[in-house]
Design a protein around this ligand. Structure first.
Ligand code: ATP
Ligand code: MG
Length: 323
């Protein structure tokens, strides 16, 4: 059985603001194994990027991890000093940020920017070795090696995003986080990039955390997944199992609002309303105000707890409905 690369346990993170604390990550626990692709899905504002940034501890200055544990290869990252974290970033965990393709320095050639990252982590490499490494990374993500001598503005959106993926792979990380890596691209290019990421992940045996608001993309990209709502994981388990047997009303609603290219034509149900503000403490079921399955036997005020409902399949269930 493959080993655990990342173990996140009871992670809580909030942003301190003038209006109060925004609880963006609440009691989040999940494990990513070696070579596994793990998906994080949910609507805008549910805390996906906050989880990703907490893993790398690259959050905004007003963000505070109040409790919990993040272990990478058994090494506790919560409480690490900035210099210890620098060791882990890039060669332990690397990230393709949401909108990263626009973050290239416009006046430095892309190859040079990747070379800088490699030099930091492999100071003994020769210039030729690094050039060869960049060329092989470019080949892996479907770019011609001559592109390393171009400036960012000379690249199309898709090429820039492929180069970002090459950058994320440049220090041979164990785990790559891809946060909505294709959102800014047109659908054809999106599909190509998704296939590229999947190919590279399988080729290198990488562990991947893939973040998207699009549950159809999660189906294509991941082995296991977690559904987030209002800062909490409300359902998690093997992706195929969750798609075949979604248990939480929020997961069911996300699936009901997503078109399928196979099977009969069905009417899509849009999910009314929007997620709650995370600045107010939410007691009990955070999805209750929008839940299409809310009934008189439902107790939205009661404590919620993740309960195992199938092999490795966990769902947030209120205490009245627990066995
Ligand atoms: N620096 C910050 N200060 C205060 N609140 C913040 C800060 N950054 C994010 N938030 C809030 O934290 C919550 C979670 O945001 P986050 O960006 O993690 O969501 P997300 O699921 O990644 O959304 P999206 O799909 O739009 O990227 C939101 O309510 C957001 O407004
Ligand atoms: Mg985000």
């Amino acid at each position: 059985m493959s080993k655990d690369v990342l173990v996140v346990k009871d992670l809580n993170m909030h942003y301190e603001t003038l209006s109060g604390d925004v609880s963006a990550v609440k009691n989040v626990s999940f494990t990513v194994k070696e070579g596994e692709s793990f998906g994080l899905v949910g609507e805008s504002g549910c805390g996906k990027t906050s989880v990703a940034m907490s893993l790398l501890q690259l959050q905004a200055d007003n963000a505070k991890i109040s409790s919990g544990s993040i272990k990478l290869d058994g090494l506790e990252m919560v409480g690490m000093s900035e210099s210890e974290l620098r060791e882990v970033r890039w060669d332990g965990i690397s990230i393709v940020f949401q909108g990263a393709m626009n973050a290239w320095n416009p006046v430095i050639k892309v190859g040079e920017q990747i070379r800088e990252a490699i030099r930091e982590h492999y100071p003994d490499n020769t210039k030729v070795e690094n050039t060869e490494k960049i060329a092989s990374l470019f080949k892996m993500v479907g770019l011609d090696s001559s592109i390393m001598d171009r400036f960012p503005h000379e690249l199309s959106g898709g090429m820039k995003q492929r180069a970002v993926i090459a950058l994320a792979l440049s220090c041979d990380p164990k785990l790559v986080i891809a946060d909505e890596p294709t959102t800014a691209l047109d659908v054809v290019i999106q599909d190509q990039i998704l296939k590229e990421i999947k190919k590279v992940q399988e080729l290198l045996g990488l562990s991947l955390i893939y973040i998207s608001h699009d549950i159809a993309v999660i189906a294509e990209m991941t082995d296991k997944m977690a559904v987030m709502y209002a800062g909490s994981i409300v359902e998690k388990g093997p992706t195929s199992e969750i798609f075949a047997n979604p248990q939480h009303s929020y997961t069911q609603s996300l699936l009901a609002s997503t078109p399928s290219v196979v099977g009969d034509k069905v009417k899509l149900n849009s999910l009314e309303g929007e997620p709650p503000s995370l600045i107010n403490q939410i007691d009990g079921c955070s999805f209750a105000p929008r839940c299409p399955n809310r009934t008189t036997t439902c107790h939205p005020e009661l404590d919620m707890e993740l309960v195992e409902v199938g092999p490795e399949h966990f769902v947030d269930i209120c205490s009245a409905n627990r066995n």
